[in-house]
Write a protein that binds this ligand. Structure first.
Ligand SMILES: Nc1ncnc2c1ncn2[C@@H]1O[C@H](COP(=O)(O)OP(=O)(O)OP(=O)(O)O)[C@@H](O)[C@H]1O
Length: 231
């Protein structure tokens, strides 16, 4: 099995593309969903956040108040770093658990939807393939204004706060151009899925684990038949 990191820009079409991968029965992990999950009460990161930031970051029902926490770390790199040191290992652990489940189910590849894949770079080393969902800036602006009911100035500010999409295009192995109509994008997703399914890059891990299992069974056999009886 191998991992495919999917990213893009605000309103470039990531969620829409992910829906198509899901319709094609692909294994998908949404890293944003995991990031929300690991700070829920009961998870280790929740307890550590309350210890580090105090109960002022809690809502009345005990959940983390993401707005207050976000404001607290805004412009405070050391606090942001502290939060990241708490949450990132937990996110990675959950991601690995989900990936392993998909591995056991026999999927050849798993797509990870990671909005900041190229900005944080942390997860990049685990990705065999990277995919950028691109659309030209005018289209991005128009779709963002429409979806979020924003005026042009606010929408432009949100787009400018991110790494430019055309830079991400140069960093990615695959580009899905979502500037046109939806059927054109959908066709590109189907072609990419076929290419990833055809790839033999899933084999090394599968063979490695199979070889490990055969070795283990062999070892157990030797132990039970030759070594232990003589004890
Ligand atoms: N090819 C397309 N043609 C027309 N509208 C589109 C197309 N692709 C996406 N959209 C619309 O553009 C908007 C943004 O798409 P989507 O929500 O998939 O982007 P996103 O990258 O997941 O955004 P974000 O990261 O900001 O949540 C949505 O309203 C979606 O319906």
């Amino acid at each position: 099995m191998f991992l495919v990191g999917l990213t893009g820009g605000i309103a470039s079409g990531k969620s829409s593309v992910i829906q198509v991968f899901k319709q094609l029965n692909c294994a998908v992990i949404d890293v944003d969903v995991i990031a929300h999950q690991v700070v829920q009460p009961g998870y280790p990161a929740y307890r550590r956040i309350v210890e580090a930031f105090g109960t002022e970051v809690l809502l009345e029902n005990g959940d983390i108040n993401r707005k207050v926490l976000g404001d607290l770390i805004f412009n405070q790199p050391d606090l942001r770093q502290l939060l990241n040191t708490i949450t990132h290992p937990e996110i990675l652990k959950e991601m690995m658990k989900e990936t392993f489940k998909y591995f056991l189910q026999g999927y050849r590849y798993v797509i990870l939807d990671i909005p900041l894949l190229f900005e944080t770079k942390k997860l990049l080393k685990y990705m065999k393939h990277t995919v950028v969902v691109y659309c030209d800036r005018d289209t991005q602006l128009k779709r963002l204004m429409q979806r979020n009911k924003l005026n042009q100035e606010d929408a432009e500010a949100r787009i400018s706060a991110q790494l430019p999409l055309k830079d991400k295009v140069h960093m990615a192995r695959h580009v899905l151009d979502n500037s046109g109509d939806w059927s054109t994008t959908k066709r590109q997703v189907i072609v990419l899925h076929a290419e990833l399914e055809r790839s033999l890059e899933y084999l090394p891990l599968r063979l490695g684990i199979l070889t490990g299992l055969v070795g283990l069974v062999g070892l157990l056999y030797l132990l039970t038949h030759y070594l232990l009886p003589s004890l």
